[in-house]
Design a protein around this ligand. Structure first.
Ligand code: PLP
Length: 386
């Protein structure tokens, strides 16, 4: 299928490579998430893991309650750049990190009972701001097909299992956290909730808040929003708890682009266009997940008259984005626009091979302002090495 939805901005204006986030599209997602909060009573947090573009936080902050951080660095980013509530979960905390996390966090979720027991005295000794402690549980309901992204695969290290809670002293824990979804609809959440209620009935009675993690594909067309609202409302009433959702992807879904230029075209029979971007450095999920990103105006191989493989500028042989076809032959210097590049891209980039890092831009359709928020150079590359 040829992807034809035009960008609102003119790619000719973009110095490449660049991630461009459309602020109106971001606002559209936030408006929907706001509706979910209003209608369901859930509080929604931005999972920084998926989207940490802090120049947009002024906007995001108007809609969401805070951030969820996966450790000290993200907690500091949440505190300094976002403000509001800082929720922290990490598979394992270190003591030195905890010292810095305690003054800025409002909720801390531990991955294991051992971690909770270890930090319980530290938490109890805190004067002033004392974060509310929770435990991440593992609902043991595997719903994610790609094992790399399945937090409930057999033997997965994430979350405590019901059998580990038998006879354990849970005094002091105020929250239950689970994260079991990835890009899923609300019917799957419903099944996960059933599993949590079946496995952790006693613990649910004790807690004041339940964090239902991320992986809710709320802003994807076709997501059953009203079902999510019903589920969360009923859950809150059934258990008399505060409910948090912490999606990452849903905040930035379909809001960002990666604009790139054709640098060279090589190969005799099978043509490869080399772009000023890189799958491995700038869109690693293309190789990791793996998936095929869309390009505006391009189709599947053979769909249009001119088919090319698209490759990156790193020296990795497999730095190939895929094969795409175009109605006209590609020209040197031509801009190509990859869609849906806002989330799990900027947060995952590397400067492997010294590949230049894309600019980070915003576009505001109301004013037509295309702003280069950040441009990276040699110093940024050098500063990650020594
Ligand atoms: C990854 C993650 C999220 C965000 O997931 P999305 O798929 O981006 O919505 C939220 N909470 C936890 C604990 C996570 O690991």
């Amino acid at each position: 299928m040829s992807h034809t939805a035009p960008t609102s901005f003119d790619s000719a204006r973009v110095t490449t490579p660049a991630y461009v986030v459309d602020l109106a599209l971001l606002k559209k997602n936030l408006t929907l998430l706001h509706h979910v909060q209003e209608a369901s009573g859930a509080k929604i947090l931005l999972a920084l893991k998926g989207f940490s573009m802090f120049s947009t936080f002024g906007l995001v902050r108007e809609y969401l309650h805070g951030c969820c951080a996966s450790g000290l660095n993200e907690a500091l980013l949440a505190h300094h750049e976002f403000g509001k509530e800082v929720h922290v979960y990490c598979p394992a905390f270190k003591e030195a990190e905890m010292e810095q996390i305690l003054p800025i966090a409002c909720h801390i979720s531990f991955n294991s009972l051992a971690q909770w027991q270890r930090f319980k005295p530290v938490l109890e000794a805190v004067e002033g701001n004392r974060p509310s402690p929770g435990l991440r549980v593992n609902p043991e309901l595997s719903t994610v097909e790609v094992a790399l992204y399945d937090p409930c695969s057999p033997g997965c290290r994430l979350g405590t299992r019901d059998i580990e809670l038998e006879g354990a002293d849970l005094t002091g824990l105020e929250g239950l956290h689970f994260h079991a979804l990835c890009e899923q609809n609300s019917d799957v959440l419903e099944r996960v909730i059933e599993s949590v209620e079946r496995r952790f009935p006693k613990f649910l009675k004790q807690v004041k808040w339940v964090n239902m993690g991320g992986g809710h594909h709320i802003t994807k067309p076709g997501y059953d929003v009203e079902r999510l609202v019903r589920i969360v409302k009923a859950f809150r009433e059934r258990h008399n708890v505060e409910v948090y959702l912490e999606p990452g992807e849903a905040i930035a879904l379909n809001t960002g682009y990666l604009v790139t230029s054709v640098l060279d075209i090589v190969g005799a029979e099978e043509k490869t266009a080399i772009l000023d971007t890189s799958a491995t450095c700038h869109m690693p999920d293309v190789l990791e997940m793996p998936y095929r990103p869309q390009i505006i105006g391009a189709g599947l191989p053979g769909e249009h008259a001119h088919t090319y493989k698209l490759g990156g500028t790193s020296c990795l042989a497999g730095d190939v984005i895929g094969a795409y076809s175009f109605p006209e032959p590609l020209q040197l210097g031509q801009k190509l626009v990859f869609t849906d590049m806002g989330h799990y891209t900027m947060v995952k980039t590397t400067t492997f091979n010294g590949v230049p890092h894309p600019d980070i831009d915003t576009y505001d359709p109301a004013t037509e302002e295309l702003r280069v928020v950040r441009r990276f150079g040699y110093e940024d590359f050098r500063n990650r090495l020594s």
